[in-house]
Design a protein around this ligand. Structure first.
Ligand code: 5GP
Ligand code: MN
Length: 339
C-alpha cells in the first residue's frame, strides 16, 4: 500500500467502517470480513459487515456471524444508512463490482473511500487504499498481513484467528494448491500460536453435511459425471429439478467439481449448475491451464488460474452446448498441460 502511513493515521481515531464481500460468500470471503471486523472492533471502530446474499450454513460458527446483514428488500434502507455514515468501505475478496450484484449500486451511489483487500486478477475497483496481491493464497492471508503491518497482532483473538484460518484453509484446498507458500504455512503457524484450533475449524467447515447433501454427492458421482479423455476434462451438470429433488441448500454444490479433477489424467474440470435465472459454472484446473481465462473469455467470469467461476444468461442447454463446442479449441493446450 503506497499510502500506508495515511491509512494507519486514518485508523488512529474511531471510524464508521463498512465491510463487504462477494455474492455467495465462501469461507475466505466471510472469514476475511469477520476477521477484519473483529480486529477493527477491538480497535474501537464502529463496524458493519454487509453481504449481497446468503452463504453456506457451514460458515455460521464464525464469531460475528450473528451481526452480518444480508442485502434484501427489508435491509436495503438500513444498509443505505450505514453507507451514508461510513467513512470507509472495505471491499474484501473480490476485484470487480459485478461480484456483489445489487449491493454495487448502493456502494457506487454512496461514493465513499474504498479499501480493497483482494487476490483476484485484474481489479477494476479503484480504491483509495489498495492491499491487493494476486500471489496471496487467500484474502484472509492478506488480512493477517495487514493487521500485522498495523501492529495489531495482540488484538488477534482465537475467534478472529479461526475466521482467518478458515479462509486460508479453504482457498488453498487444505494447503494443497500451488499457492500454498512457505509464508502461508508460517501464517498458519502463527495462528496456532494465537490459539487457533485447526482441527476444530476443519471439522466445522468440512464435516457439516446433511444426509441429503451426501446422498446428492453420491448421485452426482454415480449418475452425472462425464469424462472426456480426449480433452482431459471431466464435468458435472446439475439441473434445477435435481437441486429441488435433493432440497439443495446454499453451499451444497461447493466442492463437487474437485472430484472431477481428482481423476487420473484429468487436468480441467467443470460443474454447470442451472439456477433458474442464470447458469452458474465453476472451473478447476491443474498446472498451467488457465481456468480463469477460460471463464473470462467465454462465461463472464474470472478467478484464479486453477480455480475460477462464471455464469451464463443463456439457457442451460445452450450453455452446455457452448462449453462442449469450445473444448476442442483448447485440445492442444489441454493435452500438453503438465502438473
Ligand atoms: P467457485 O467456483 O468456488 O464459485 O469460485 C472459484 C473462484 O472463482 C473464486 O476465487 C471466485 O472468487 C471466482 N469466481 C467465481 N464466480 C465468479 C464470477 O462469476 N466472476 C468472477 N470474476 N470470478 C468468479
Ligand atoms: Mn479468496
Amino acid at each position: 500500500m503506497n499510502n500506508f502511513t495515511e491509512f494507519k493515521a486514518f485508523l488512529s481515531t474511531p471510524r464508521h467502517i463498512f465491510i463487504t464481500t462477494h455474492f455467495k460468500p465462501d469461507a475466505d470471503a466471510l472469514g476475511s470480513s469477520l476477521g477484519w471486523a473483529g480486529y477493527l472492533k477491538a480497535c474501537g471502530h464502529h463496524v458493519s459487515v454487509v453481504v449481497p446474499s446468503d452463504y453456506p450454513r457451514f460458515l455460521n460458527w464464525m464469531s460475528g456471524n450473528e451481526n452480518v446483514i444480508i442485502l434484501s428488500d427489508k435491509t436495503k434502507n438500513h444498509i443505505e444508512n450505514l453507507l451514508n455514515q461510513a467513512e470507509l468501505v472495505c471491499c474484501l475478496d473480490f476485484s470487480g463490482m459485478g461480484r456483489i450484484n445489487n449491493l454495487a449500486d448502493l456502494i457506487i451511489k454512496a461514493d465513499k473511500p474504498i479499501l480493497l483487500v483482494d487476490h483476484h486478477i485484474e481489479p477494476t475497483i479503484k480504491p483509495l487504499y489498495d492491499f491487493w496481491d494476486v500471489h496471496a493464497a487467500a484474502t484472509a492471508e492478506l488480512i493477517f498481513k495487514l493487521i500485522l503491518l498495523l501492529d495489531g497482532k495482540n488484538k488477534i483473538t482465537k475467534d478472529i484467528g479461526e475466521a482467518i484460518y478458515a479462509g486460508i484453509m479453504t482457498d488453498t484446498a487444505s494447503f494443497k494448491h500451488p499457492c500454498t507458500t512457505k509464508y502461508v504455512h508460517e501464517v498458519a503457524g502463527q495462528l496456532i500460536d494465537l490459539g487457533v484450533n485447526t482441527s476444530k475449524v476443519n471439522h466445522l467447515v468440512y464435516d457439516d453435511s446433511t444426509e441429503e447433501r451426501l446422498r446428492f454427492l453420491g448421485y452426482m458421482l454415480s449418475k452425472k459425471l462425464v469424462v472426456l479423455p480426449e480433452f482431459r476434462t471431466a464435468y458435472f451438470t446439475v439441473t434445477d429439478a435435481e437441486l429441488k429433488q435433493f432440497h439443495s441448500q446454499t453451499g451444497d454444490t461447493e466442492g463437487i467439481v474437485n472430484y472431477a479433477l481428482s481423476i487420473e489424467g484429468i487436468v480441467f474440470a467443470a460443474i454447470i449448475i442451472d439456477r433458474g435465472d442464470t447458469v452458474k459454472m465453476s472451473f478447476r484446473s491443474v498446472g498451467d491451464f488457465p481456468a480463469n481465462l477460460f471463464s473470462k473469455n467465454h462465461f463472464n467470469g474470472g478467478g484464479h488460474k486453477n480455480a475460477a467461476g462464471g455464469h451464463s444468461f443463456e439457457s442451460f442447454d445452450k450453455t452446455l452446448k457452448k462449453f462442449l463446442e469450445i473444448l476442442p479449441t483448447y485440445q492442444k493446450e489441454l493435452q500438453e498441460t503438465v502438473f
